[in-house]
Design a protein around this ligand. Structure first.
Ligand code: SF4
Length: 489
């Protein structure tokens, strides 16, 4: 944990262990400009509301009278911050971050915000996403004699902005013209806070209003936590400036073909957030309804895989008329941990997380609804658990298409060979998980539930990435693989 102005740490931490079979979001970001208020305190509650987007590290940087203050550390927001360290983060400007690592690694040296001193005063960046050309940009910086301390693409962004010259808006425009991939940024300078959304719009960012000031957050759910009012989502390629002149928005880069991350709607975002004008919870229920229409089955009960599969299961039950009930109880305190389990405990990982409700399941034909299947490590044990509890049939319905390809845009999905749908047919997966039947939502039904013909990424379902195909051939490595190949880390 660090609390030093502009401090950097080299301490390493053990690899984290995950107990579920979901893709993992990289980060949540926050930016606050609130005259007369303690911006860091607002940032604390905002990143607390975004905790689901990353649990490995958290940080806040603030600025007062041209001096930056920063505190960041490993772990949950509530364990990183306390009254003592929060009270040192003075000023009415602040940015905040919760981190799940993709590029770089989970060490504290990669925790954000990253803050440096420049000739124009202190300046810091919080980043959600992944630059697919980060290795090339790193090499260019090093060839220009600029030293780098961390392995994250965020430092690349920091150094590109610091070295670009001109005012901050023109520096950001230069960055946007060079960076490829996903980047939702909040940026702290001595007198303004900026927000940036990449020209594809992969990762979300929204603007809110608060008592004479403005805020930027990854998800709108954070607005109500801090008493802010939702103004609008930042559009792809836009730069937002929050300062004593109020809210200024300009187009920083020509928007590309929109590629909002579909998984924000399916799984990542909190159900009470609004994306693309729709409440996420309602969208998930529509996914469940589409699934029931597309893949009906005769059964007695619809059971969700809690908690993330719950709204999809409610939608499935509404459409199918099959009663909804809880059949699996989740231990909400089993999450990501730094403690490496033994193989025996690893095998029991699902049992650590779920218990069946035998009275509800005995003698029943069950539809188990989940939001997604990534590696296929959880579904099989859950099907077996339902059968052991007395279910006579278990039919699995998945409220998104089969995930066949990895993500390069800031989501830790898994490599191609680890994605079960990249290796097996639907029938082979059904056999693998031991279900009586299995169906995934089609792309067409997914888009119908999103009420859109286009504008979403969908690359992990289709293998069609929203970059120029020739350029992308070089990038068919995960961010970590690219990094290892170029830098041997
Ligand atoms: S590949 Fe999948 S997870 Fe990645 S940005 Fe696209 S839709 Fe989202």
């Amino acid at each position: 944990m660090t609390h030093t102005p502009l401090g950097a740490h080299s301490e390493s931490i053990p690899t984290m262990v995950s107990h579920d079979d979901h893709p993992h979001e990289e980060c949540g970001v926050v930016g606050i400009y609130a005259p007369g208020q303690e911006a860091a305190r607002l940032a604390f509650f905002a990143i607390h509301a975004l905790q689901h987007r990353g649990q490995e590290a958290a940080g806040i940087a603030s600025c007062k009278d041209g001096v930056a203050h920063i505190h960041k550390g490993q772990g949950l927001v509530s364990s990183v911050f306390n009254e003592d360290n929060l009270s040192t983060l003075q000023g009415h400007l602040a940015i905040g971050h919760t981190r799940y690592s993709t590029t770089g690694g989970s060490g504290i040296r990669n925790a954000q915000p990253q803050v440096i001193e420049t000739i124009d005063g202190p300046f810091g960046v919080a980043h959600n996403g992944n630059l697919v050309n980060a290795p090339q940009l790193r090499r260019e910086l090093l060839e220009r004699g600029i030293g780098l301390q961390t392995s994250s693409d965020t430092e690349v962004i920091v150094q590109m902005l610091a070295g670009a010259g001109g005012d901050w808006l023109s520096r950001i425009r230069v960055l946007m013209s060079r960076a490829e991939g996903a980047f939702a940024l909040t940026i702290l300078t001595r007198d303004a806070v900026y927000g940036v959304r990449d020209p594809w719009g992969f990762r979300p960012l929204a603007i809110g209003e608060i008592d004479g000031g403005h805020v930027l957050v990854s998800e709108t759910c954070a607005f109500s936590t801090i008493g802010a009012r939702f103004v609008r989502e930042v559009e792809p390629g836009e730069i937002v400036k929050l300062s004593d002149e109020g809210l200024h928005v300009e187009q920083g880069a020509v928007p590309k073909k929109r590629a909002f991350c579909t998984f924000e709607q399916i799984y990542f975002s909190r159900p009470d957030s609004i994306h693309v004008g729709n409440l996420v919870h309602s969208t998930r229920q529509r996914l469940g309804r589409e699934l029931a229409r597309e893949s009906p089955i005769e059964a007695d009960l619809v059971v969700p895989v809690p908690d993330s599969g719950t709204p999809h299961a409610v939608g499935f039950a509404q459409e199918s008329g099959i009663p909804y009930t809880e059949g699996l109880i989740k231990n909400r305190y089993v999450g990501r941990t730094f403690i490496e389990p033994t193989q025996q405990l690893r095998d029991a990982g699902v049992a650590m997380k779920f218990n069946p409700l035998g009275d509800n399941l005995f003698g029943k034909r069950v539809v188990m609804v989940d939001d997604s299947i990534v590696r296929g490590t959880t579904s099989g044990p859950l099907v077996a658990m339902l059968r052991d509890a007395g279910a006579t049939e278990v039919h699995v319905r998945v409220a998104c298409p089969a995930i066949t390809d990895p993500c390069y845009m800031g989501v830790d999905m898994a490599s191609s060979e680890d994605l079960i749908a990249g290796q097996k047919s639907v029938e082979e997966i059904r056999q693998h998980i031991g279900a009586d039947s299995l169906a995934f939502l089609s792309i067409e039904a997914l888009m119908s539930a999103l009420d859109a013909d286009e504008g979403y990424c969908n690359a992990c379902f289709t293998g069609i990435y929203p970059f120029e195909s020739e350029r992308f051939v070089q990038l068919r490595l995960s961010p970590k693989e690219q990094f290892a190949q170029v830098w041997g880390d």
